[in-house]
Structures are given as structure tokens and as C-alpha cells.
Design a protein around this ligand. Structure first.
Ligand code: LMR
Length: 415
């Protein structure tokens, strides 16, 4: 008899279960609005041309080998990633008190930091926004946090940021709580604080001695401007905060399965940097020993080469902007179609929200109906990835939403 007969069952990871159900659905007009991964207007995954170019170069480079990287990864990568987030001339970098550590994409960076903050730095309480990316709470639980709390973020009635609620909750947070903040393109709501609101958040966090831990999964995707999308992190540094920031290159390089990310650490002075790195070295060693190289090589090649960098960021193919602009066009198109159809409720939030997602306000019953009746796949919280909307299916999606909302009007969250 197996020792594991009593293993408890566990719920599927919703977003990946949804992707599988979509793949297995034979319906010709099915639409995938689930996972936050970029798709072309033809609904296909997109390898950025600049990434292909870098990969070809890497494949032909006989000086490269498959030796182990160090526990903290490829140093040049970590420095470049840190510069991308903070700006090359950031004073914290110049003073040697900001540095990066290669991590297994954004999730790996979040987990590494969460482990360090709990086990090596004595933090006990951690706050995430309500709602947040579901994996935040899961990874914090697995790190061992016994005190995971939420701060208000989404005002479901008015479909906007519940700023007063957020501030009130932060004011009540115990000193030395870790606060997870989305640096841009908040997932799932697509609503970010304004510059003025960030200032007020920073004021409260300073007064309450709260520790900012940013999650930067979408740099470039909120506005199409890499610098603007990291302005909250830069602002907190300019205010003198020490902070951590988990950076992902899954979205802005389209390197989802390469698991390439960076943990940027900004200290108030450089003195503890050696010990912080030493502790994180052991956390990595005891967990996955050392990170993989391929994604780090691609990102390093692009970020260290002026021409490739220009190609990636703006000048040549306007890759990131192309992605961001297509998403913006789809927001406009979807809203317009719903308004043309006279779908009950207001839909202006689709165009005011930013990033890949729209938090539609559709409720669980309507979502189930969309999936089962119309083969339009989205998670239960009503978040849609605009990347799955294209000129060929926007009308179908709008009509399906219209049908769901008119069929279940009582539960229409945004009426
Ligand atoms: C998402 O929110 O859809 C993405 O970040 C994918 C994921 O891992 O959840």
C-alpha cells in the first residue's frame, strides 16, 4: 500500500487549467482571454524579432558553454536588469547600494525575497492588495508566513481604485509589515495609483515604517514607456526607502518559459550588501542551486547592445510599443462594440484600465456562461486578457459578453 494514499487533493491552478481547457476545446470560434501572455492579431504567440536575433547569435557563439552559473546568476544580466528598472544614472546604483540577483522569473524573485524577508530579516506580516495576482498569497504561504493580510484596492461599485480604503488599511498596518505593491499595470485590475497617490502611499508607508516590496511584471506594458512604467519604484528610492523589487522578463521579452527574472535590492547604505547576498546565496543553493543561463543571455545581449536595445524598446520595430498599442486598440474596439450593442452597464473602465488586463466586473455566473456557452475562456474573477482579443474576434467576444450580461442581469456587478 502506498505511503501517499492519504495525500489530500488540491485545486487546480486556475489560470493553467483554463489554458488546458481552451486547448482541448474543438470549437472553431473559441477565444482565450485567460493567461496574461501576448498574442498577435492572429491569436498566435509572438517571439520578438529581436529575441530571435539574439538567440541566433547565441547559438553560433562557440565561446559559450553550459557550465554552472553562480548561485546569484549572471552578474552582467543582474546589473543590466537593475539599470533597466532604476535608470542607469540612479544614485543608489552609483553608491553601490542597489544590486540585482538573477531569479526564476518574477515568481522566483518574489519567492526568494519572501523567504529572505521572513527567515533572514525578521519580517512577520505581509500585505497584498485585494484583489491581487493569486500566486502572491500562495507563494507567501509556502514561504511560511503565518500573517498574510490584505489592503483594499478595488472599488467594485465604481470600478476604480479604492484609494481611501487602501490608505486606511496601510495606516492600520503594524510597523515593519511588508507591503507588496504592483509597480505598474496592476494585475488583475489594470488600475494604477496616480503620481499624487503614490506620494500619499509613500507618506503613510514612511510614517508607519512599512517595507515596500514591488512586483514589476509588466514594465513597458502599462504605457509602452519603460521609464514611466518604473516611475513608482524610482520615486520610492528618491524618497529614501529601502526596497525589494521582483522583475519579470516573461512579458516584455516574451520569454515566458525561460524563467528569467531579477530581484532588485535597494539598501539605504551599501554596508549590509555582502551579508544580504551571502544569505540569498544559501537560499538559492538550498532551493534550486543555480539559475539557468539561456534567458539571461538573451536579455543581456539585448540590453547591452545599443542597436538591439533600440530595436527592442522603440526605434526599429517598436516591439513593446507594438504590443502595447495593439492592446490599447483592442480596449477601444471592445468597449465600442459593447456600447453599440447597448450592453447593460457602463464599459468605460475597459479603456481607462491599463496593461494587459481588464477587470470587467463580470460575475462568476456570467463568466461560467461565457466559458460553457460561448467558449470564451476567462478566470472566475472576470479578468480578461486583452491580448486574446483581436480584430477577428472582438465582435464575437462583445456579443458573448452582451448575451451573458443580458441573460443574468440580476447579478450584473456593474449595473
Ligand atoms: C497571469 O496573471 O495570467 C500571468 O501572470 C500568468 C500566471 O502565471 O499567472
Amino acid at each position: 500500500m502506498s505511503r501517499f494514499l492519504n495525500t489530500a487533493s488540491a485545486p487546480p491552478v486556475e489560470i493553467f487549467a483554463l489554458a488546458k481547457a481552451y486547448r482541448e476545446d474543438a470549437f472553431a470560434s473559441k477565444v482565450d482571454l485567460g493567461i496574461g501572455a501576448y498574442r498577435t492579431n492572429e491569436g498566435k504567440p509572438w517571439v520578438l524579432p529581436v529575441v530571435r536575433k539574439a538567440e541566433l547569435d547565441i547559438a553560433g557563439d562557440e565561446s559559450l558553454n553550459h557550465e554552472y552559473l553562480g548561485q546569484l546568476g549572471f552578474d552582467e544580466f543582474a546589473q543590466l536588469a537593475t539599470r533597466l528598472l532604476l535608470g542607469a544614472d540612479n544614485v543608489a546604483i552609483k553608491e553601490g547600494r542597489a544590486f540585482g540577483i538573477q531569479a526564476l522569473s518574477g515568481t522566483g524573485a518574489l519567492r526568494l525575497a519572501a523567504d529572505f524577508l521572513l527567515n533572514c530579516a525578521g519580517f512577520k506580516t505581509v500585505y497584498v492588495s485585494d484583489p491581487s495576482w493569486p500566486n502572491h498569497k500562495l507563494l507567501l504561504k509556502h514561504s511560511g508566513y503565518a500573517d498574510i493580510r490584505s489592503y483594499r484596492y478595488w472599488d467594485s461599485k465604481n470600478r476604480k481604485l479604492d484609494f481611501d480604503g487602501m490608505i486606511e488599511d496601510l495606516k492600520k498596518a503594524p510597523e515593519d509589515s511588508v507591503i507588496i505593491l504592483h509597480s505598474c499595470a496592476h494585475n488583475p485590475t489594470g488600475i494604477d495609483p496616480t503620481a499624487d497617490q503614490w506620494e500619499q502611499i509613500a507618506n503613510v508607508m514612511e510614517q508607519r515604517k512599512l517595507f515596500p516590496f514591488f512586483d514589476s511584471a509588466y514594465q513597458g506594458f502599462a504605457s509602452g514607456d519603460l521609464e514611466k512604467d518604473s516611475s513608482a519604484v524610482r520615486y520610492f528610492i528618491s524618497r529614501g526607502f529601502e526596497l525589494f523589487c521582483a522583475q519579470s522578463f516573461a512579458k516584455n521579452f516574451g520569454l515566458y518559459n525561460e524563467r528569467i527574472g531579477n530581484l532588485t535590492i535597494v539598501l539605504r547604505d551599501a554596508a549590509p550588501a555582502v551579508n544580504v547576498k551571502a544569505q540569498i546565496t544559501l537560499l538559492v543553493r538550498g532551493n534550486y542551486s543555480n539559475p539557468p543561463a539561456h534567458g539571461a543571455r538573451i536579455v543581456t545581449k539585448v540590453l547591452s547592445n545599443n542597436e538591439l536595445y533600440a530595436e527592442w524598446s522603440v526605434e526599429i520595430n517598436e516591439n513593446i510599443k507594438t504590443m502595447a498599442n495593439r492592446i490599447k486598440d483592442m480596449r477601444t474596439a471592445l468597449r465600442q462594440k459593447l456600447e453599440e450593442l447597448g450592453t447593460p452597464g457602463t464599459w468605460s473602465h475597459i479603456t481607462t484600465q491599463i496593461g494587459m488586463f481588464s477587470y470587467t466586473g463580470l460575475n462568476q455566473r456570467q463568466v461560467e456562461y461565457l466559458v460553457n456557452q460561448h467558449h470564451v475562456y476567462l478566470p472566475k474573477d472576470g479578468r480578461i486578457s486583452l491580448c486574446g482579443v483581436n480584430t477577428n474576434n472582438v465582435e464575437y467576444v462583445a456579443k458573448a459578453i452582451h448575451d451573458a450580461v443580458t441573460k443574468y442581469p440580476d447579478n450584473q456587478a456593474n449595473l
